[in-house]
Design a protein around this ligand. Structure first.
Ligand code: ADP
Length: 256
């Protein structure tokens, strides 16, 4: 079975055992009278890739947006490397984000899109050029640096978005359903690419998905979410072989 083969390959690589890097302590979010996240606590180790997995509406994106600083939590504390970032503005958080929609600037070339975040930081031009070149080489798009996004395929656009997120060398990479706009074949390729980039760079990553195969095959650990709380947090193997609740069993369930 595909999931089991992918999981076996991952297990052979081992799970990072680094110290906690990103920590959420009793974090909550209320929209008006809607208590979307009552109280959520979890930690992500340095260098690991963790999936937030669950059905639509369970609070995955809301949690990611609180980590990114795009939403201000109603309660609780978020820290990175021991530093409290709960209410810091987005640009002070040292995080890279990749969205489902790519969000590339259509009027800019690939290279200009990737350079944008560096220019905002007023980095020297020669340093910007070197970093953009490196980032585009990493996603194998150096030859398309002068193109506009609309001249690229969906997979290539997603790789530009990845290069743009990684070029600033963030301490944490946040990915919100980055593969859901791609067709099945490209999705398979990008799964492998994203995971290998994450492992090569050793970056801590959080990956939002509703797709159990994506979570099981790409991530070191999985947070299974339901109705704004954590149903189970464990390695793909634990989640798949020893689901803690009937919900986890049916959501992640064996597909054979
Ligand atoms: P997921 O990413 O798991 O699909 P979301 O985090 O997007 O879930 O949403 C969780 C719940 O919060 C849903 O019921 C959604 O309708 C609600 N929600 C999300 N954003 C807002 C908002 N800005 N205002 C009100 N309700 C919201």
């Amino acid at each position: 079975m595909m999931v089991e083969r992918a999981m076996a390959a991952e297990a052979a690589l081992g799970t990072p055992e680094g110290p906690d890097h990103l920590v959420l302590s009793e974090v909550g979010m209320t929209f008006g009278t809607l208590d979307v996240i009552p109280s959520l606590s979890l930690s992500v180790r340095r260098g690991e890739m963790v999936a937030f997995l669950g059905p639509s509406g369970c609070g995955k994106t809301t949690t990611l947006r609180m980590i990114a600083g795009l939403l201000d939590p109603t309660r609780g504390r978020i820290s990175v490397g021991g530093r409290d970032i709960t209410h810091l503005p987005v640009h002070d958080r040292d995080m890279g984000m990749v969205f489902q929609s790519y969000a590339l600037f259509p009027h800019m070339t690939v290279a200009q899109n990737v350079a944008f975040g560096l220019e905002m930081r007023r980095m020297a031009k020669v340093e910007i050029r070197a970093r953009v070149e490196r980032a585009l080489a990493m996603v194998q798009l150096g030859h398309l640096a002068g193109r506009k996004p609309k001249a690229l395929s969906g997979g290539q656009q997603q790789r530009v978005a990845l290069a743009r997120a990684l070029v600033v060398e963030p301490s944490i990479l946040l990915l919100d359903e980055p593969l859901s706009n791609l067709d099945a074949k490209l999705r398979d390729e990008m799964r492998v690419q994203i995971r290998s980039l994450q492992q090569q760079s050793g970056i801590t990553a959080v990956f939002v998905t509703h797709d159990q195969v994506e979570a099981l095959s790409m991530c070191d650990r999985i947070v299974v979410m339901r109705g704004g709380h954590v149903e189970q947090y464990g390695t793909p193997n634990e989640i798949y072989e020893r689901p803690a609740t009937p919900f986890v069993a049916s959501f992640v369930g064996r597909t054979n």
